[in-house]
Design a protein around this ligand. Structure first.
Ligand code: AMP
Length: 460
């Protein structure tokens, strides 16, 4: 973020909210927050044109949190998102931003095996519901989700919501909610469907657009021309830059397999993510990448949109994507919220037309770098920093990250720096542990208790 960005004080958030933002390391507002929050906090309907990585979740989440009545346990905000992953991610961000008070209940409703727990939780009360349209419609129709006290409706990644459903479906959901609600719509692109949606759901909406050039401003972009064979070039990039964490994007699943195979032959650990995986497998892969148990993720474009994988230091385009918007989405996985990032792209003679389009779109000079200027690779050592353990208890057991951290540091005697990220899901949890303490941690947790209860613990 630029030095001239304003801090959150200027939009008039409460003192506890400001203190919590500081503790999260959110010192300055991102452009969508700076331009959008004055409208959002004044209850205006709002359209934000911004990609993931822009800080848009916090923009609408702070708006929701500022007007929540915690004494009322009926849902007061409904956030519609296109995928389960995004639902978890958005709910996580709202929970973090809501830490200034202890009893905000945020529930995700997006299908899957844990659904019956969610319905039970919903019946017990929730302030904010985040979910996918199909599931939300079902619960509205069956009367499990009651929205008469709803103050805010958010359509997040509205362009993707419409790729999966119709304007009529979203309108149907909105018809269950009070007409005097605030409606916020966020979308990276503005096809006609979005305009129709806005016209039917919003009144006098304020619109803020954050352009793609602005969003990629902190990402260093380098382009490498290769003849035909990209494998050697890829290994050179890894050897030279040795990134802390890296997503390698390919255009097809077959190429992902090929790249993962290549890395295996060089004894470099990688995870692969694509749409054919089961939901649970995908969640675990993202957790392992996020908590530093694996430094390289090989992905199709599925992972380039929506997913908030934090602190990816580098993105490599093994193939250039088929269009410039996809390129922006991909490289936006690094350089999140104004941090610096680096995006490297390999391209062949056949791919130069798309390279030209990218350059024109982003108004950048895609100058070609010479691969020979990089180190010749011998052995590439990219050992992951952590390992992941699985714990058979989660949110439904009221487990919080502090409970697991306490069990690991106080009971099992690990040093705080030997414990990495902790992810709490509905029925289970994952924690990152430094390699040499893995067996010790598993042994202690299996023998002991977390929050007074026994759980199964193992290597994930
Ligand atoms: P989003 O565009 O909502 O997916 O957010 C991208 C990332 O930026 C998330 O990891 C947020 O936690 C982070 N973030 C959002 N706002 C800020 C801020 N003002 N300062 C620092 N990080 C932020």
């Amino acid at each position: 973020m630029s030095d001239t960005s304003k801090d959150f004080k200027s939009v008039g958030l409460s003192k506890p909210m400001l203190e919590n933002l500081k503790s999260l390391g959110y010192f300055k507002m991102t452009p969508i927050q700076e331009k959008g929050l004055p409208f959002i906090l004044s209850n205006r309907d709002f359209i934000g044109q911004a990609n993931t990585g822009s800080g848009k979740t916090a923009a609408f989440a702070l708006g929701i949190l500022a007007k929540l009545d915690l004494t009322n346990h009926m849902p007061q905000a409904l956030v519609l998102v296109p995928t389960r992953e995004l639902a978890e991610q958005v709910a996580g961000e709202i929970r973090r931003l809501g830490r200034f008070t202890s009893n905000i209940k945020v529930l995700t409703i997006s299908g899957g095996v844990e659904e019956h727990h969610k319905i039970k939780s919903l019946r017990q009360g929730a302030h904010i519901v985040v979910g996918t349209p199909g599931r939300i419609t079902k619960l509205l129709k069956t009367g499990v989700l009651i929205t008469c006290d709803l103050k805010v409706l958010v359509l997040d990644e509205a362009d993707r919501l419409l790729e999966m459903g119709t304007v009529a479906e979203i309108n149907h959901i909105a018809s269950f909610t009070p007409t005097d609600r605030q409606t916020m719509l966020f979308s990276a692109t503005f096809p006609n469907g979005i305009k129709t949606l806005s016209a039917s759901l919003q009144e006098d909406a304020a619109q803020v657009t954050i352009d793609s050039q602005h969003q990629t401003g902190t990402i260093k972009q380098l382009f490498f021309k290769v003849e035909n064979e990209k494998n050697d070039a890829l290994l050179r990039l890894l050897a030279h830059y040795c990134p802390q964490s890296c997503i390698i994007f390919c255009n097809s699943r077959e190429t992902c397999n090929k790249v993962a195979g290549l890395l295996r032959t060089k004894k470099i650990d990688s995870l692969q993510i694509h749409s054919d995986l089961e939901q649970q497998e995908r969640t675990l892969i993202l957790i392992k990448f996020d908590n530093k148990s694996c430094r390289i993720m090989v992905a199709t474009d599925l992972a380039s949109r929506g997913l908030d994988v934090k602190n990816v230091s580098m993105v490599i385009n093994y193939d250039l994507p088929s269009d410039h918007e996809l390129y922006v989405h991909r490289i936006g996985r690094t350089g999140r919220a104004g941090q610096e990032g680096i995006a490297l792209s390999l391209y062949t003679h056949q791919e130069r037309a798309i390279l030209r389009t990218i350059g024109e779109y982003l108004k950048i000079d895609c100058a070609t770098m010479d691969l020979n200027s990089l180190k010749k690779f011998k052995d590439i050592v990219m050992r992951p920093f952590m390992s992941t353990i699985y714990i058979s208890g989660g949110r439904k057991d009221n487990i919080r990250p502090g409970d697991i951290l306490g069990a690991l540091t106080k009971d099992a005697g690990l040093k705080p720096e030997e414990v990495g990220k902790i992810h709490i899901l509905e029925v289970n949890s994952y924690a990152a542990i430094s390699h040499d303490r893995l067996e010790h941690a598993i042994g202690h947790l299996n023998a002991g208790k977390i929050k007074g209860k026994k759980f199964r613990v193992g290597k994930a």
